[in-house]
Design a protein around this ligand. Structure first.
Ligand code: IFM
Length: 460
């Protein structure tokens, strides 16, 4: 595997998944506190109240990163630590935490890569409509400006949102993530306001320090229909819609300043919240694009005649793009999440981004990883399947680079086992195992191999 000389090797986490300390130092509640405390929403009734207590163990965790040889650490900032009410008063102790984290990382020679929003919207803003309220976009920009003002003397590379597809479609469409709504029109509205918030935050940060590197992190994947269906079968429309929702909604608006026709054709269900000038705001030039990839997306035609996934003109019905299709059986080594392992999909994705978008900025792989819970034997966790996943995906990245795609770095998801959203603590993504009772951290064999990969710039 060949990687450019200055390729950046690191690993990623997010605030609610690791920090714990839910009420410490003035942190306000977020929608994930409320959601996880609602019975039935998260496996085992788990919450992020304590998580892996990173908030209190940060120096020890940074030392582990240093010992592993990480060159970069991608983390997210909890909006409600900085502004407990989502707007207005600033909580200095929250800002101080990220300031200390930044200093410790820099002292150890690790590049800090913050993301300003990884799903933990302040609960106070949800009470005012959350991402369905256009004002939330401006509040996000204001909050971003506060964090940027404090840390941009030491941090030059920033991401606005993480995986807005999840915030919009899992949070407001399928309802399996906070705030748990099930309405397609709401999902589209939330998507538009998230994008608007991104654009406004870019504008605010750019005006302060034009030379800083600003980007966004998207979860993207090739979308396939596996198997045959007659030309008039709804599966074809569903696949086009899935691709539009997962990939083109974000890429086309951000890079080309327009929404895909597949979505515009839905009419007011999609367009009701779009105002003149919004797309110009959303498509402000970026310096980099973060790509999160786990598996490609596969569906098979559903001949049962079920109307699940149908949406009417008011958006009733949950997930657009599911009518006439059902998930295809997983392929490759199946992860504990039931996900497929499809490393070639990453190569296909990267090459298609390069071909389809003339103004594609440099790409960073900001997440890629798998959930496996291999046993610890005499203190050793031999997670062979994670090692295979890691090396196969790195191979895919190196092939894409060889084909001319400008990929600048790779951040493995995740550095630590953590709170995996609706799955609670039941899915382990870490290079580092965490005993959730004692908080003991143990490097899996994959972490040791990753150190070697980093030392040798990709060579194993
Ligand atoms: O844990 C999540 C992360 O928060 C966002 N991307 C996908 C990961 C695995 O599900």
């Amino acid at each position: 595997m060949k990687f450019p000389e200055n390729f950046l090797w690191g690993s990623a986490t997010s605030s609610y998944q690791i920090e714990g300390a839910a009420t410490q130092d003035g942190r306000g509640p977020s929608i994930w506190d409320t959601f996880s405390h609602t019975p039935g929403k998260v496996v085992g009734g788990d919450t992020g109240d304590i998580a892996i207590d990173h908030y209190n163990r940060m120096p020890e965790d940074v030392q582990i990163m240093k010992d592993m040889g990480l060159q970069a650490y991608r983390f997210s900032i909890a909006w409600s630590r900085i502004m407990p009410e989502g707007k207005g008063a600033i909580e200095k102790r929250g800002l101080d935490f990220y300031s200390r984290l930044t200093d410790q990382l820099l002292e150890q020679g690790i590049k800090p890569l913050p993301t300003l929003y990884h799903w933990d919207l302040p609960e106070a803003l949800d009470k005012e409509g959350g991402w369905l309220n256009r004002d939330t976009a401006q509040h996000f920009a204001d909050y971003s400006a506060v964090v940027f003002e404090t840390l941009s003397d030491r941090i030059d590379t920033w991401a606005t949102l993480n995986e807005p597809w999840c915030s919009a479609f899992l949070g407001y469409g399928a309802g399996i993530h906070a705030p748990g709504h099930q309405n397609a029109a709401e999902a589209f509205k939330a998507a538009h306001h998230l994008l608007l918030g991104h654009g406004k935050a870019v504008e605010a940060m750019r005006s302060m320090k034009p030379e800083h590197k600003l980007g966004i992190v998207l979860n993207l994947a090739p979308v396939y229909l596996i198997g045959e269906a007659p030309a008039d079968h709804p599966a074809h429309q569903a696949i086009a819609l899935q691709d539009a929702m997962l990939n083109r909604l974000w890429l086309n608006s951000i890079l080309s300043g327009e929404y895909p026709s597949t979505l515009l054709d839905l009419g007011s269900v999609f367009t009701s919240s779009v105002q003149e000038g919004d797309l110009a705001q959303i498509s402000r030039p970026l310096d980099w694009l973060g790509v999160n990839y786990y598996q490609d997306s596969r569906s098979v035609p559903d001949f049962s005649g079920s109307t699940s996934g149908y949406i009417d003109s008011t958006g009733n019905g949950s997930m657009p793009g599911s009518q006439g299709v059902k998930p295809a059986p997983a392929v490759g080594e199946i992860t504990d999440f039931g996900w497929s392992t499809t490393p070639d999909g990453l190569r296909v994705l990267l090459e298609s981004l390069d071909q389809d978008y003339e103004n594609m900025p440099p790409i960073m792989i900001t997440e890629n990883g798998c959930a496996y819970d291999d046993p610890m034997v005499d203190g050793v966790i031999d997670d062979k399947r994670r090692i295979a996943y890691l090396t196969d995906h790195l191979k895919a990245v190196s092939e894409a680079i060889e084909q001319g795609v400008d990929v600048r770095g790779y951040m493995h998801w995740s550095l630590f086992d953590n709170f995996e959203w609706a799955e609670g603590y039941s899915k382990r993504f870490g290079l580092i195992h965490v005993d959730f009772e004692t908080q003991k951290r143990t490097l899996r064999n994959s972490a040791k191999l990753y150190s070697k990969i980093i030392r040798n710039n990709g060579d194993i």
